[in-house]
Every structure is written in structure tokens, then in C-alpha cells.
Write a protein that binds this ligand. Structure first.
Ligand code: C2O
Ligand code: CU
Ligand code: CU
Length: 539
């Protein structure tokens, strides 16, 4: 397949209003700004660089002003917490983890046993049974045996030992459940945690460390009156909760010193996108200095007033609070749901407008550095289209229910020679079969009205460009328009990329390890309902 040359033909839009999606409303009024942000504890090793993490049920206090909540979590032997403990790894030092499944076979919230809708159920491969789990290291450069892909789930009573080589640049990775057809449920239950990889280069940059290096895992949840998580008992196209949960606390606050902080933002929500700003009352937005994205540091710092972060994505920012002594700053969000790329899209539900507050102490600023240099970290390799031995035209599709107009399922696929989409299920034979150590260009053609965060296992890739899709009267793809302006937030390594409606998002990927992996949409309801495909890197 090859990319049709840019054309000046008329651009038709696939955008259209959609029925309003449900937003799940909590049964109790959840207080704001009364919970101190908790920082997930650092995982305790059993021996140097070896961990045993047990998936087990527990109860967690989200600070919702009601009963505690039954959850599932990862325990390192110390009292379990929600989220799982943060694993801190160093470049060049492998980490060994034994994942022990001690889950019950009932979820901690109500769910129909037959939990995918008729017509949407995957055949012949059904979802794993409740209680099965498998942990994937998102963004990790690892062997397929250790990857924790969807078919590698295992049952309560079993365990698996994996090795992560840590042979990639310093980055904020994360681990989360990936069991076939259950990912949305197991992650909703609590199976996620941060994995922070450091390296010597990063340490020369004099970035804020220790208590000044704060992971912020963003999730949205809804709660029943008894404190339990509220999640639809039947499958819905996306889940949107009405409570912002950061590091496991509802609408929390963090007291900060008037000095620079490093904030590692991770969108661990099932489906919600965030367009984040840091706002001062009546004084507008604070500039965030973005230093990193999914796969590590950016080549140059990206000063921005607004950060868009889709499920699965990470953004690493420096905020200098020294100019805001005694003030309260609020992390705000204005992304509509589902996210179309257009903030005011009809059919989107209202955003979760406020997530978190920073209260800056009114003390004298300490004399600290923490302003990172520019350039930050040159790309270890700048990939070019000329290197690509294969260009693949791939499609993002939704199968709509003719009655409701809502998606019955989402599917990836290829592009037929006539420009129509060829939809594929997870069980269809593999079509993406790059040769090891070659570079490919993937053109992600979004035929839907939603933005989909597309994630590839194994690799970190580069965004080449985005182009409007040109179509004939029947909607078939005839070519691409000129490249849209690029986003400096995406100038570094990515493992998850937002593909917007009616655009071709082109990425360049070097597949540097043979094995059986997957690629998928990171909206977990989409992933579970067939927006996932095998990826076989050939030797
Ligand atoms: Cu974060 Cu395949 O997932
Ligand atoms: Cu992943
Ligand atoms: Cu999707």
C-alpha cells in the first residue's frame, strides 16, 4: 500500500452529531477539595529488583464522604493500596516481577455474566471469565512472553513470572490489566499502577526529584450509595464517571512548596479524554512546561497552557509554583465526551470541569534549580518516511446500531484498494506483520466521529503527520490533503497516539523485536469490544 499524494480535492467531513452518551451519576454528593492527594507508595522489593505483586480484593477509601469501596488491587505484601505501588526501575537493570492472581471470581461491582451485547460478542474467542487477569507493562520494550497481552490471562490461584529489561529511555510507563474482554472491568476495579524508569541522562538534567516528582494518575469513577463503584451492568460504548479520582482520591488537593515540581500525568481512565489547564482564580492559565510524553523526554521543552491527554497517554510537566505563594491553583478540564477533537461538539456530555487543586504555601521560595535545559533530550533516532519499507493504510471503524445510532462495536481494519474499509475482528488472521528491525509507516484512517487513542505494544514510535482524508461521494478514501500543523507535545517518542475523525494520522515505527503483540484503541470499552488486532513482528 502507498500513500496517495496530497491532493487539493474537496475535503468532506465525516463529523456528525451523535446521540448523547450516558454519564454515570454518583448516588451521593462527593465532597471536593477535602481529600489530601495520596502518592502511591513505592513498591517493596523481595530481593534487589525483584517483586511479587499479588492481585487481590480489598477496600479503599476514595474520600467520597460515604462507605469505603470494594476494589481490586496489587499488593507487594505491605497493606494493599489503590492504585498499585509504583515500581521504580533503572535503565540497564532488569526487573523481575511475579504476578500472583488471588482474585475472586466475582467483580467488586455488579456485572452481567454475558456482558457484551448480542451482535457485539467476539466469536469464537469469548471474554475471559471473571477473576482471570494478566498484567501488561504499557510502553515497555519487552519480549512477547512478558508482554501481558490479552490472550495471556490466567486464573485465580495461578502466577506468572516476567522479566522487564529496562533497555529504553527514562519514561513514565504504567502497568494495568489486559485480560481478553475484561480489561475495562479489571482496570475499573483498580488493577493499574505506575512504573517509573529513570536513566543517567535524565539525572544530569537536574529535574525535581523525591517529593517534588509527583505521579498524577487521572481516572473518572462513579459511586453507589453503599460506596461501591458504579459501572454499567451491560456493556456501553464508553464509560464516563462524574467523580475525578487522582491517585485514588476524589477531587483531592495537594499542598505544595513555592518551587518547581515535576508532575507525571497519566490518563488511566477507561474512556475520558482530558484537556487540562492549570487555572488561577480570575487570573487565567498558568503555563505548563511539558518536558516529556509517553516514551520519555521531549527533544525540546513545550510551553503550553493546555494539555490534551487521551486514555493511555502520559505527559510529564514542570510547574514552578514559586510565583503563586499563598494561592490555590485548580487543574481544569474542558474536553467533551466522547471526544471528537472539537470542544463544542453537539452530542458530547459535559466535561468533568475540575479535577485537583494545588495549594501553594506562603513560605519563602527555597533557592532551588529545577528549570530544565533546552534542548532537553535529542531524539536517539529521527525516523523518516524514506526509511519505511512498508506503508500500511489502516482503518478505525464503528459498526452502528441502526436503531439507536450508538456503536455496537468498534473495529480496526485495513483499506480495500477501492478506498472502502475492510473491518477485522481480533480473531481474524494477522495482517500487520512487520519484519524485525524494519521501519514502517502506519496511516491510521479514522472513519468514525470520535478520537481514538491508538496504542502499539512493544514499540515507541514517532508521529509523522496528520492529514485530512479525501473521499468520494460513497465515502471511499481517495487520498489525503495537506499535512496539518504538528504538535510540539508529540515531538518525542509515543506509544499511544490520538487519531482524529476523518484524518489520517501517520506514524513511523521501528519494530525492533520479533514476537506476537497487539495494537488497539486505548478506550477500554472499545478495546474490549473488538477494537484490537494482533501484531506479529516476524524474525
Ligand atoms: Cu495500556 Cu495494550 O495497553
Ligand atoms: Cu501497552
Ligand atoms: Cu476507540
Amino acid at each position: 500500500n502507498s500513500v496517495p499524494p496530497p491532493s487539493t480535492a474537496e475535503i468532506t467531513s465525516a463529523d456528525e452529531a451523535r446521540p448523547v452518551r450516558l454519564r454515570h451519576l454518583s448516588a451521593l454528593p462527593v465532597p471536593r477539595w477535602v481529600n489530601a492527594l495520596s502518592i502511591p507508595k513505592i513498591a517493596t522489593a523481595t530481593s534487589p529488583d525483584a517483586y511479587t505483586l499479588t492481585l487481590q480484593p480489598g477496600r479503599h477509601d476514595f474520600g467520597i464522604g460515604g462507605p469505603t469501596t470494594p476494589v481490586w488491587t496489587y499488593s507487594d505484601g505491605t497493606p494493599p493500596s489503590y492504585l498499585g505501588p509504583t515500581i521504580v526501575a533503572r535503565y540497564g537493570t532488569p526487573v523481575r516481577i511475579t504476578w500472583v492472581n488471588a482474585l475472586p471470581t466475582m467483580l467488586p461491582f455488579a456485572q452481567e455474566e454475558d456482558h457484551l451485547p448480542t451482535g457485539a460478542q467476539r466469536e469464537p474467542m469469548a471474554a475471559a471469565p471473571f477473576g482471570d487477569a494478566v498484567t501488561h507493562l504499557h510502553g515497555g520494550h519487552i519480549s512477547d512472553l512478558a508482554d501481558g497481552g490479552p490472550t495471556q490471562h490466567f486464573s485465580p490461584g495461578d502466577s506468572r513470572q516476567v522479566d522487564y529489561p529496562n533497555d529504553q529511555e527514562a519514561a513514565t510507563l504504567w502497568y494495568h490489566d489486559h485480560a481478553m474482554g475484561l480489561t475495562r472491568l479489571n482496570v475499573m476495579a483498580g488493577l493499574a499502577g505506575a512504573y517509573v524508569l529513570t536513566d543517567p541522562y535524565e539525572q544530569t538534567l537536574n529535574l525535581p526529584t523525591g517529593a517534588y516528582d509527583v505521579p498524577l494518575v487521572l481516572q473518572d469513577r462513579s459511586f453507589n450509595a453503599d460506596g461501591s463503584l458504579q459501572y454499567p451492568e451491560r456493556w456501553e460504548p464508553e464509560f464516563f464517571g462524574d467523580v475525578a479520582v487522582v491517585n485514588g482520591k476524589a477531587f483531592p488537593f495537594l499542598d505544595v512548596e513555592p518551587r518547581p515540581y515535576r508532575l507525571r500525568l497519566l490518563n488511566g481512565s477507561n474512556a475520558r479524554f482530558y484537556r487540562l489547564s492549570l487555572s488561577r482564580p480570575k487570573a487565567g492559565k498558568v503555563t505548563l512546561q511539558q518536558i516529556g510524553a509517553d516514551g520519555g523526554l521531549l527533544p525540546v521543552m513545550n510551553p503550553t497552557g493546555r494539555l490534551l491527554i487521551a486514555p493511555g497517554e502520559r505527559a510529564d510537566v514542570i510547574v514552578d509554583f514559586s510565583a503563586f505563594r499563598g494561592q490555590t491553583l485548580t487543574v481544569t478540564n474542558d474536553a467533551a465526551t466522547p471526544y471528537s477533537g472539537k470542544p463544542d461538539k453537539a452530542g458530547g456530555t459535559p466535561p468533568l470541569p475540575e479535577l485537583l487543586q494545588f495549594r501553594v504555601r506562603n513560605t519563602a521560595p527555597s533557592a532551588v534549580s529545577g528549570t530544565p535545559p533546552t534542548p532537553l533530550r535529542p531524539l536517539s533516532e529521527k525516523l523518516s518516511l524514506q526509511q519505511a519499507v512498508v506503508q500500511r493504510d489502516l482503518t478505525l471503524n464503528e459498526v452502528l446500531d441502526p436503531q439507536t445510532g450508538l456503536p455496537l462495536r468498534s473495529q480496526l481494519g485495513t483499506l480495500n484498494p477501492d478506498g472502502s474499509a475492510h473491518l477485522l475482528s481480533f480473531d481474524d488472521p494477522v495482517t500487520e506483520t512487520p519484519r524485525v528491525n524494519t521501519v514502517e509507516a502506519w496511516n491510521l484512517i479514522n472513519n468514525t466521529v470520535d478520537v481514538h487513542p491508538i496504542h502499539l505494544h512493544l514499540v515507541q514510535f514517532q508521529v509523522l503527520d496528520r492529514r485530512p482524508v479525501l473521499r468520494d461521494a460513497a465515502g471511499r478514501v481517495t487520498g489525503y490533503g495537506p499535512a496539518l500543523p504538528s504538535d510540539p507535545a508529540e515531538a518525542g517518542w509515543k506509544d499511544t497516539v490520538r487519531a482524529s475523525p476523518n484524518e489520517a494520522t501517520r506514524i513511523l515505527v521501528r519494530f525492533d523485536r520479533a514476537g506476537a503483540y497487539v495494537w488497539h484503541c486505548h478506550i477500554l470499552e472499545h478495546e474490549d469490544n473488538d477494537m484490537m488486532r494482533p501484531l506479529q513482528v516476524l524474525p
